[in-house]
Design a protein around this ligand. Structure first.
Ligand code: GLC
Length: 456
C-alpha cells in the first residue's frame, strides 16, 4: 500500500524511497508554466487520430503491414521542433516515446517494434533529446501504460483493436498472455529510457481505467489500474533512478502524483487538496481535438484562444502543455506553425506575466473582463485585458496599493486616478483604482497586459 509520510518525503513500498519536497523539486516546473506536448507515432500515417488502431479495430498484423512497414519520416528534424517550441516560449517538451499502439521511437533492446526497424532506420528519440538539451529545454517522456501491440498484454473489453469482439473470442486470444510479463517489459523500457538519454525531468504515464466494480480489480479484461501496471514498483523504479523527476497522475496512485492533468477542459478554479492547499496541475490541450496528426480536422482554435488558455492556466495556478501532432514525414504542419509563431510573438513581450507567476493574492478582486496573474517574487500584478474596456478599468480596493502601472508590450505608462468626483459619477466604491486605457488596444497585441508594481 502507498503511504504518505510527513511533509518532505513520500514513501512507497518497503524500501521507502526518499523524495525531496515537492515545492522544491517542482520549482522549475511551476515557474515555467508553458510546455509542448508532442504526439508522434505510426498513427501519423493514418492521419485520423492516434486512437485509430483501437477505434477502427485494426488488428495488430494489419496495422504493422500498413503503418510500420511504410513509416518514412524523411523530413524529421528535431532541431526544428525544439526551435519552434522555444520560439513560442515553451520551456519543456513531453514527447510520446510509445503510445497505445505500442510502437517505440527509440532503439529499445526489448522489442523489434521500433523506429530502428522502419525506413527511418534510426533511434528517433536521441536526436530529439539532444536538441532539447542544446536549447536548454527540459525533457519529458510520455510512456503509454496501455499497449495494444504487446503479445503478453491482457486484451480487455475497454479499448484497443479487439475490445468490440465477442467476449469468448477475446478470452481465446488471451490464452498464454501474462500481464506480469508485460509489466516487466514496461519496467525494462522505462529503465532504458531513464538511464540512456541524459537527464529526464518529467515522466508522463498514460493511463489507468480500473474496473468499475472493486471486486473486478484483478480481472484485467475488465479494466486496468495500479494492480495491472504494478504501479508501486514502477513508481519506485522511476524515483529510484531520479528522485527529482515529476510524475503525472495517471498510474492510479493518487497519493504519489506530482501533478493533476486535466485534458480537453479547463478547471473552473485553482485546484486544491482536501486541506484546501493548492496543488500543481498541468492542463494538456490540443489545437483541434486530436493529439496525433489529423489531416482533415478543421476546427482549429485560434492563436488568441490559445494565448487566453495559457493565461487562464496561470491565473489558476496551473501549467499549459500544448500539443502538436507532427506529420508522418516528421514535420509540424503549417496550421501548427502559424499558431506557435503567433503565440511566440505575444510571449516575446508578455512572458513576464507568465513565467514565475501564479494567481493573484487572496482577496484581490478581478476587474470585469480581465484575468489576473501575479509574480510573488517581484510583487507585480498582471491585468490581462480579455476584452477591450471603454476608457477605463475599474480595479476595486486597489487605489492605495498601486505604485506604478504600465503596458507590458511597450512599457508605456498607464495613468490611474481615483478622484472622488469620478468615483461618484461612475458609481464605483471608495478605494477603486481607475486605470486609464486608450481608445483602441495596442496594435498587433493579441491580449494586452497591464503590469502593476504594487507598493511594498
Ligand atoms: C488520453 C488519450 C491519449 C492522449 C492523452 C493526452 O489519455 O488516450 O491519446 O495521449 O490523453 O493527455
Amino acid at each position: 500500500m502507498v503511504a504518505v509520510a510527513v511533509a518532505t518525503t513520500f514513501t512507497c513500498g518497503a524500501e521507502g524511497i526518499k523524495v525531496p519536497p515537492r515545492a522544491e523539486r517542482m520549482k522549475w516546473f511551476t515557474d515555467a508554466r508553458f510546455g509542448m506536448f508532442i504526439h508522434w507515432g505510426l498513427y501519423a500515417e493514418g492521419a485520423r487520430h492516434e486512437w485509430l488502431m483501437g477505434s477502427a479495430g485494426i488488428p495488430v498484423e494489419e496495422y504493422e503491414r500498413k503503418y510500420f512497414r511504410h513509416f518514412d519520416p524523411d523530413l524529421y528534424d528535431p532541431e526544428k521542433w525544439v526551435s519552434a517550441a522555444a520560439a513560442a516560449g515553451m520551456k519543456y517538451i513531453v514527447l510520446t516515446t510509445k503510445h497505445h499502439e505500442g510502437f517505440c521511437l527509440w532503439d529499445s533492446k526489448y522489442t523489434d517494434y521500433k523506429a530502428t526497424n522502419t525506413m527511418a532506420k534510426r533511434d528517433l528519440l536521441r536526436p530529439f533529446v539532444d536538441a532539447c538539451h542544446r536549447h536548454g529545454i527540459r525533457v519529458g517522456f510520455y510512456y503509454s501504460l496501455i499497449d495494444w501491440h504487446h503479445p503478453m498484454y491482457i486484451i480487455d473489453g475497454c479499448n484497443g483493436p479487439y475490445h468490440r469482439r465477442p467476449e469468448e473470442e477475446r478470452a481465446r486470444m488471451n490464452v498464454g498472455r501474462d500481464q506480469k510479463v508485460y509489466d516487466q517489459y514496461v519496467r525494462n523500457q522505462v529503465k532504458e529510457l531513464l538511464s540512456g538519454y541524459g537527464p529526464v525531468d518529467v515522466m508522463w504515464f498514460d493511463f489507468s481505467f480500473p474496473a468499475k466494480n472493486e471486486a473486478d480489480r484483478l480481472d484485467f479484461t475488465k479494466g486496468k489500474g495500479r494492480e495491472a501496471w504494478e504501479s508501486e514498483k514502477l513508481w519506485e523504479l522511476v524515483k529510484g533512478i531520479n528522485p527529482n523527476i515529476i510524475i503525472d497522475d495517471r498510474m492510479d496512485l493518487p497519493e504519489a502524483a506530482d501533478i493533476k492533468t486535466p485534458e480537453q477542459f479547463q478547471p473552473g478554479q485553482m485546484l486544491v487538496d482536501e486541506k484546501g492547499e493548492p496543488i500543481p496541475w498541468e492542463a494538456c490541450q490540443t489545437f483541434s481535438g486530436s493529439w496525433g496528426y489529423h489531416r482533415d480536422e478543421q476546427t482549429w482554435r485560434t492563436s488568441g484562444e490559445l494565448i487566453r488558455t495559457l493565461i487562464d492556466c496561470v491565473s489558476k495556478n496551473g501549467n499549459l502543455l500544448l500539443n502538436v501532432g507532427p506529420t508522418a514525414r516528421g514535420e509540424f504542419d503549417s496550421r501548427a506553425m502559424e499558431r506557435l509563431e503567433a503565440i511566440g510573438r505575444w510571449m516575446s513581450r508578455h512572458s513576464d506575466s507568465i513565467y514565475g507567476c501564479g494567481p493573484a493574492p487572496k482577496g484581490v478582486k478581478t476587474p470585469h473582463g480581465c484575468a489576473l496573474t501575479y509574480n510573488k517574487e517581484k510583487n507585480r500584478l498582471y491585468v490581462h485585458l480579455l476584452s477591450w474596456p471603454y476608457s477605463a478599468v475599474y480595479f476595486e480596493d486597489m487605489a492605495d496599493k498601486i505604485e506604478y502601472a504600465r503596458f507590458l508590450n511597450d512599457h508605456s505608462e498607464i495613468l490611474f486616478s481615483f478622484e472622488p468626483w469620478q468615483m461618484e459619477k461612475a458609481q464605483v466604491p471608495a478605494n477603486t483604482a481607475i486605470l486609464r486605457v486608450p481608445n483602441t488596444p495596442p496594435v498587433g497585441v493579441e491580449v494586452p497586459v497591464i503590469e502593476i508594481f504594487l507598493k511594498d
